[in-house]
Design a protein around this ligand. Structure first.
Ligand SMILES: [Zn+2]
Length: 221
């Protein structure tokens, strides 16, 4: 086994390795039998789509073990619409795997407080930038352009009230886009798959779940 040499050592990697040692000691070793079973395959019943933001780790928020949730994280927790144009459709590939192969029973789209992607969608700060200099983000969050308009009209484009409205509207965009996938639409209508909206902010630590009918978010008590 190759040992880490001092020349490879950096503060960020050292912190990760220290965490790895803690995980080995208290997370992995005492539950070795469970991990051996998981080594044979995974059967998560839930897929979670969350933001890449470092403050909203679904495994931590829902206190789940390995094997329990299938997760996709990206900027602003967005699901693009069903598209067959050439390109590399990462979210679509993950959805296909979760729905058709793993046969998850629920897909949870979880937005979050202080989302930089949603804020950029609201302010349009990245618009017109080159790929590699904000252009990829601008293109990605342009998925929120239609949802942005009523938010900007009602709340303006700055301040937490506007940002929070945009963050919750983004969850609805992803939920609507999920239904453009024929395999998801069919399973939802057949009752074998359920879609849910959720929202979490690290500042108050409160999870909100969206009401399917009213599309309003209520705190979980
Ligand atoms: Zn975010």
């Amino acid at each position: 086994m190759t040992q880490q040499t001092p020349s490879q050592s950096t503060a960020p990697l050292d912190a990760l390795i220290a965490g790895y040692h803690r995980f080995r000691q208290i997370g992995w070793t005492p539950h070795r039998e469970r991990w051996t079973a998981l080594g044979e395959g995974q059967q998560p019943e839930v897929m979670i789509i969350a933001c890449s933001d470092s403050r909203v780790d679904p495994a931590q928020i829902f206190d789940v073990d390995p094997g329990e949730i299938f997760v996709v994280r990206n900027v602003a927790a967005l699901v693009p619409p069903f598209e067959t144009a050439p390109g590399h459709h990462g979210v679509s590939a993950a959805l296909e795997f979760a729905v058709q192969v793993l046969k998850v029973k629920e897909i949870v789209v979880m937005g979050h407080g202080m989302c930089g992607g949603c804020k950029a969608a609201l302010t349009q700060a990245m618009r017109g930038t080159e790929p590699g200099h904000g252009g990829f983000i601008a293109d990605w969050i342009s998925m929120l352009d239609d949802a942005r308009e009523p938010v900007a009209e009602t709340y303006g484009t700055e301040g937490r009230e506007a940002e929070r409205a945009m963050e919750m509207a983004a969850v609805c965009v992803s939920l609507d886009n999920l239904m453009t996938f024929p395999c998801i639409d069919a399973k939802v209508k057949a009752g074998s798959l359920r879609l849910r909206g959720a929202f979490f902010a690290i500042s108050d630590g409160v999870l909100h779940i969206m009401d399917d009918t009213t599309r309003t978010f209520a705190p979980v008590v």
